[in-house]
Ligand binder design. Sequence first.
Ligand SMILES: NC(=O)c1ccc[n+]([C@@H]2O[C@H](COP(=O)([O-])OP(=O)(O)OC[C@H]3O[C@@H](n4cnc5c(N)ncnc54)[C@H](OP(=O)(O)O)[C@@H]3O)[C@@H](O)[C@H]2O)c1
Length: 290
Amino acid sequence: MKTVIIGSQGQLGSDLWKTLQANGDKVIGLSHQDLDITNKINSRNLLKRLSPELIINCAAYVQVDKAEIKPSYAFQVNSQGSLNLAKISAELGAFYTYISTDYVFDGTKRAPYDETDIPNPINIYGVSKYVGEYLSMNSCPNTLITRVSSLFGKSGSQGKGGNFIEAIINKAKTDGKLQVVNDMYISPTYTIDAATTILQLINHKTKGLVHVTNSIPSDCTWFTLAKQTLEFCKIDAQIDAISSNNYPSIANRPIYSVLDNQKAEHITGNRIPDWVDAVKRYLMEKQYIN
Ligand SMILES: NC(=O)c1ccc[n+]([C@@H]2O[C@H](COP(=O)([O-])OP(=O)(O)OC[C@H]3O[C@@H](n4cnc5c(N)ncnc54)[C@H](OP(=O)(O)O)[C@@H]3O)[C@@H](O)[C@H]2O)c1
């Protein structure tokens, strides 16, 4: 299938590109420089010329705190940008895939969120992504929305300037001690596993909403993820668990945003590896461990 990945230099986009290539698909990657999705005319002209059968939108404004300060830009990219691409996909008769987030939820459920749970975002980024979901779904009949969560991948998040695992390793190596929030529950997700599952969903011609995360055999917080990382890397640093109250940030963040990935596993017929296995493979890919 002729595919265009938008935001192809990002953390998830680059692994989706690699996964599609390895699958033998004809795939064209567009970086932010190649295409700004907020420019509807340029987007239409370029995509018409490329005439893909599948458009995967990995482009996003992902800076959660900065989105509170620059809300209109977050909406331009995450909501309007996706509307532009969904409309163009519909015009071209192409399949459209939008990547969304666990941050559409408010965290009050305190149990894994499935696709039937009603979003109630508590920060601007989450609202802009939820609006992006709504506009995409209502503008292109062949739309798949995959919500991912707490991503880590080889290229690191371009928007955030890296990922959490890298930040933990760097801090532990330079300072020898660190404090990490232990009351925010997450589903850490390796971009290779997310990319593999998203492509399987596309191959099954899946439409609608699907949660795509690594599996969570037991509760995972940012602290659990950091501790496991240091254990795998055999880095001897002091790591203290703290409350999110001791780590104030500009944006509100859900205290619990674990996503239930059973729908994805049911559709694809494949078990998505658990997050501990995923962290280990990531550290091997980055050659921190053998
Ligand atoms: N990272 C996470 O933990 C996380 C969690 C949940 C959901 N998600 C979602 O997962 C998706 C992928 O995230 P990621 O971690 O791969 O982010 P990323 O590494 O920051 O990649 C996003 C890409 O989008 C590009 N971009 C930004 N604005 C654009 C625009 N107006 N037009 C075209 N391209 C633009 C960025 O380019 P520049 O850097 O050059 O601007 C960057 O290459 C996003 O939809 C995000 O909302 C991420």
